[in-house]
Design a protein around this ligand. Structure first.
Ligand code: HEM
Length: 417
């Protein structure tokens, strides 16, 4: 399902960017910041306007050599997260029931550091529910978890401001306002900087270096923060749960990391991360079997023939990667959890290259995937190199809350290695 912007448009399963999260026709009664944002956001959701936006921003976000530069700041944030874990675990070395919220804090701190060059203070002690970082997390979660409700169900909000719509708009107003404050601060820092070292530029600064229109940088930063918290956090919840409940595979991850990092205190480099092939294969396998984003879709812009079926223009076509990733037809021995299948030496195993597409595919593929991969690899390298992860409660079921992840308290026990 290649996402070319000519034949198909992104549909609503994820493909989520801030400009798509404000639906197009605002009820007239809604008088809010949203309306100031709409003119330069909503019309950039699809087709040529989206393509033009994406073309202007995607280079620094997807270029491997640019992404690699962020390993040191991401490792620093992750080290602070590990120190926080040390503080919040109880006398039995167990993490609190709301550990998933701690993972969200780590994710926001990472994306704040990368996109805005700012430490947002998410990992500080005793953040209250009213603290700014917690409110950003709650707002981003609310936005992603309710967008499907508004976009896929009957759109009454187009005619009257329904309670959910009004709450959604208030939530987005708050999100935009708070993030704009940080983006403005990043812009002022850039202006005041005397000499600019290319390696030290934040993503927003990189965009502004080539792009004269500051709105583009605003939209990108908002997109990355909005989409870059809950997605990766739920993916990490799933990966840690699988590690904790698959002792044999966790030991393989540990021994690989121990070999790569005999001294766990040495600074992590991209070379270390590149060598951790089994760790990466483990993440890939979790995504195959339990894809965090269950699928994505496109609205056909022209009649098409797909697998022999004639599909008319306008139909929404869904690619359910959670389903295809688990089909024997495309993946040999699909029922077995086998990270090795992603390692090169295992070429004999049937594995269709499109069976598992956790980040989507084509021109609209996840914009944050390289950062997501790097952040997850750094987290595992630090956590699993230093701790054995255990889980001593009833098995958790997976549930879709827009993202697909284990549903329940992640009270992991951490045993120091
Ligand atoms: C492991 C975590 C993540 C997963 C599984 C994931 C998955 C996806 C998927 C499936 C799409 C839709 C792709 C398509 O339609 O073909 C998407 C889009 C997107 N993702 Fe991610 N994502 C993750 C993390 C992130 C992060 C950390 C960021 C930001 C730093 C991010 C930013 C975006 C953006 C901006 C889009 C919209 C792209 C566009 O429409 O042009 N994602 N993601």
């Amino acid at each position: 399902m290649g996402g070319t912007s000519r034949g198909i448009q992104n549909s609503n399963l994820l493909g989520s960017s801030t400009h798509r999260h404000y639906p197009v026709n605002l009820p007239p009664a809604v008088n809010s910041l949203t309306q100031q944002v709409i003119p330069w956001t909503s019309n950039k959701s699809h087709g040529e306007p989206w393509k033009s936006f994406r073309t202007r921003v995607q280079k620094p976000v997807l270029q491997p050599q640019t992404v690699r530069k962020y390993i040191t700041p991401i490792a620093k944030v992750t080290q602070d997260f590990i120190e926080r874990i040390e503080k919040i675990k109880d006398e039995n070395n167990e993490l609190p029931a709301d550990f998933d919220n701690e993972i969200h804090k780590w994710a926001l701190e990472c994306i704040g550091r990368v996109a805005l060059d700012a430490r947002l203070g998410c990992l500080d002690d005793d953040l209250t529910p009213n603290s700014e970082p917690q409110k950003i997390i709650d707002a981003a979660k609310f936005a992603l978890r309710n967008v499907a409700e508004l976009e896929l169900k009957a759109p009454y909000w187009r005619y009257i401001p329904t309670p959910l719509w009004s709450r959604y708009v208030r939530n987005m107003d708050f999100f935009v306002e708070i993030c704009t404050k940080h983006i403005d601060a990043a812009l002022v820092r850039l202006k005041n900087r005397k000499s600019i070292n290319e390696a030290d530029l934040s993503l927003v600064e990189r965009i502004l270096a080539d792009e004269k229109d500051p709105k583009i940088a605003y939209i990108l930063a908002l997109d990355l923060i909005l989409v870059g918290i809950d997605t990766i956090s739920m993916a990490v919840c799933s990966i840690l749960y699988q590690l904790a409940t698959r002792t044999e595979e966790q030991e393989k991850v540990y021994y690989e990391l121990k070999q790569i990092l005999p001294d766990p205190s040495i600074p992590l480099t991209t070379k270390h991360v590149e060598q951790a092939v089994y760790t990466k294969a483990f993440i890939r396998e979790v995504f195959r079997v339990y894809s965090t984003v269950i699928g994505n879709g496109r609205t056909l812009q022209a009649d098409a023939v797909i697998c022999g079926y004639q599909i008319p223009k306008g139909v929404q076509v869904v690619f359910p990667t959670l389903v295809t990733g688990n089909m024997e037809e495309w993946v040999k021995d699909a029922k077995s959890f086998k990270p090795e299948r992603w390692l090169k030496e295992d070429v004999n195993d049937k594995l269709h290259p499109f069976a598992s597409l956790p980040y989507g595919h084509g021109a609209r593929m996840c914009l944050g995937r390289r950062f997501a991969d790097l952040e997850m690899q750094v987290l595992l390298a630090k956590l699993i190199r230093n701790y054995k992860l255990e889980y001593h409660y009833e098995p958790l079921k997976y549930r879709v809350t827009f993202m697909y992840a284990p549903d329940g308290d992640l009270k992991f026990k951490l045993v120091k290695r």
